[in-house]
Every structure is written in C-alpha cells, then in structure tokens.
Design a protein around this ligand. Sequence first.
Ligand SMILES: *Cc1c(COP(=O)(O)O)cnc(C)c1O
Length: 477
Amino acid sequence: MYDARPKQIRIPSVDSVLRGEQGQVAVARFGHAATVEAVRTHIAAVREAVRSGADNDLDIDADAIATGAIARLIAADAPTLRRVFNLTGTVLHTNLGRAVLPEEAIEAAVSAMRHATNIELDIASGKRGERDDHVRGLVREITGAEDCVVVNNNASAVLLALNTFGNGKEAVVSRGELIEIGGAFRLPDIMARAGAKLIEVGTTNRTHLRDYENAMSPATGLIMKAHTSNYLIQGFTASVAASDLAALAQKHGVPFIDDLGSGTLVDLAHYGLRSEPTVQQALKAGADLVTFSGDKLLGGPQIGIVAGRKDLIANAAKNPLKRALRIDKIRMAALAATLKLYRNTETLPQRLPTLRMFVRSREDIRSQAERLLPVLASAFDGLATIALADCSSQIGSGALPLETLPSAGVSLSPPKGVTSGAYVETVARAFRSASIPVVGRIHDGALVLDLRCLDDEAAFVAELGDIARSLAQGGVP
Ligand SMILES: *Cc1c(COP(=O)(O)O)cnc(C)c1O
C-alpha cells in the first residue's frame, strides 16, 4: 500500500559515527579534526538529499556515513598537480610544465631532497660556499662565458640584469624586439619594474645602427637585444648585428645584454633541426651578458641563467634581488646533472628527453601510431572512428616559432551516424578524465593525439578501456 507519510529517516550523530568501526578507521588515517569536519559535511549532504527526495534508497547507518566521509577525505587529498600524457604535439608546452627532465637530473634532485646537501658549503675548506659554484664551472666550460648567476627563470634573469645595470638609467632596445612571451612576460613591463627607462629605437620592422647611436647619452645604462623567439618580422626588415651593438656599447662603456630566451647550448643543425642562436654564438658575437631559460631547449629544470663577463656577473650577484630570485638545492642538483650531459653531444639525444623528442622521425612516430591504431579501434569500437593522422609538432615555449616537426598520431572522430558538434569536446574530456589525463589537440572536428611525446606506451594502453567505458556510460552525444 502506498504510504503518504513523510519519510522518517534517522541520521546518526557525529559522535556515534566516530565511535563506529569505519569512523575509527577514518580517524586513524586522517586525524580527528579532519574526520569530524568530513563527517559533518557528509551528514549535511545526506540530510539535504533526504529532504529533496533525491534519493529514496539512502543507507544511513553510522558506518555508511563514515564511509562517505572517507570518500570525501580521499578526494580532498588527491593531488591537483598530476602526471599527464602530453599528446598535444607541442614538446615544450608551458601549461604542461615544459621540459621533461633527464634521469640523471631526477636522481640528483631526489638525493638533494632526501638528504642534507652542501648547497652553500665548500666541503674542502669547511667554509661557506656559494650556491652558484655548483654549476659555475659547467656553464663556463660549455658556453665559454667567464661567469654566471642562476635565478628562478629567464624572466628573473632579465629582471636581475636590467635592474643591476639599468636602475635609474636608460635601456636602449629596438622597437622590433619589445617582446611579449606567454604568461605575462612583457619586456617593457619588466623593464619598468627593474627601474630602467625604456628607450625604443627604430621602427617595428627596421632598426639601424644610427638609431642606437642617436639614443646613446650619459644616462644610458645598457643596450639590450631580445631574441624574438615567438614571432618573426618578415619582408622589408633591418636589424643591427650583435657585433655592431657590442662595439657601440663598449664605446659608451655600458653592457650589451642579449636575451636569448631558449638557451640552446648545442647547434641544433647537428641533429637535423633548424639552427637557433646558441649561447656560445651570442657571447662570441660580443654580448657582455646573455640571459636564457633552463626548461626550454636546454631541457632542464625551470631556472634562468645570466652568463657573461666576470666583472658584470659580480655586480649582478651582489644585487639584493639575486637573493630574492635564487634557486633551491633541488633545482640546482637537477641543473648540474643536466648540464653535464652536454659534455657528450653524441649521446645527448638519447639522454636528454627534450632533444630525444625533437629528433624523433615521422617514420618512427608513424610506426608507433600504426601499432596503436588497432588497439584504439578495438577499445573505441562504435564510439569513435579511429584513423592515422599526419601531424606537425611544434617545439613550443616560443622556441623556433615557425619550425614544425613532421609527426604522426591518431585521430578520433565521430562514429558513423554521429554528427553532434559536442562530440569532440566530450571525447577530449573523457581522455582528460583518465587516471593519467591524456591531453590532445582538437583539430577539424577530431581529437588528434600526436604521439611524438608518448614514451610510456604501456601506461597509455592500459587506461584506454577505462576511457572508452566512461565515454560509453556518458553516452556519445
Ligand atoms: C621564454 C623567454 C623569456 C622568459 O623566460 P622564462 O624562463 O619563461 O621566464 C624571456 N625572453 C625570451 C626571449 C624568451 O624566449
């Protein structure tokens, strides 16, 4: 018989939940305060569900409440920063953490994390050492620079250099090089924060030596050149050779600073890629200081280096900003280990993941795609049309913006009979919801997975079933 009376459901008290078996388990694992909070939250949610009649089948004994609270505590404990599969085709993806570090760097970083470390102790003398001593010799050996300072990232390196030599003075830069790098790095803004007055010379497409000459005055603190790493000005253009700027700067007794950005330490042409100016070349061309990143083409941790003349580096190292921008022992260990790999440029492509991914040939990637094609086709049978796709990978992080690397992958497009525009978004979301989220690229109504950076194929294959199941349950739109 139908019972019209309001539901009479008794919800256990917080105390009785905590005293129960599952309550004790939760307290032991998460602590009293956090458990009480989660139990309260869960009871409130259950009460709300009962009132709104959302669920007529609520199981509300004390242990069920505790189990619900444990689920909440586990969810709250899950890291937000997670490993992902970068199948975007952009090797150095800033939003995905840029460079994947070499094993040598990982081991060094783990050891530095686990143990006390002589980050500022000279073991031989027992006296205080300098943090940057751990890489000074390596940077000198590899780049030919006299000296260096290491800071948090290249934006910091630029800030430190500009503040040390341009604070209260004028910094002369070509209009064509007033760069903005993704993530709010704008040269004019950094310059203002560094206390330097920006003197723009020339025009967007053409700057001549006489433009720089006319801008020089007793107030000039430095001349700066910025590598236009994420764009190219083409057509009727003119810029001034670094060697000419170096000579002009020298004549006026001010430093010439070259912001290289991506910090290449080997000529990429050596590995069949297009050349990007190296740190060595920039120094040879006459830069007094060069600034570059650690996690772009260099393939190491996020750091920035100012390298160049010893007397200038000494000034930068004394700047109080250096203290604010310094790096920790973990990244120092990783950086030193990464730099050491550059001693053998023959083995570099095997040992440095960034370079290994750059040099992968389309044939190699396509054979991986061909291997995965039937696996994907069977997992997504009826859920997607799977096809081989030719891709163009990018280096990313503003390095070699016009250079694409011929690559290959697989595409997932709607199965026969499905036309919905929401399809591809749903599929992309299902891949991102995997236990190791898969990040691909949406192109022409399909989800494209560029396989250039897929090294752990087994882990990828292992989660395809779950992705397909969640897609099937969610309903293909
Ligand atoms: C990337 C880049 C920067 C910023 O470097 P971060 O390491 O991202 O701080 C500055 N200048 C140039 C030319 C760059 O390419």
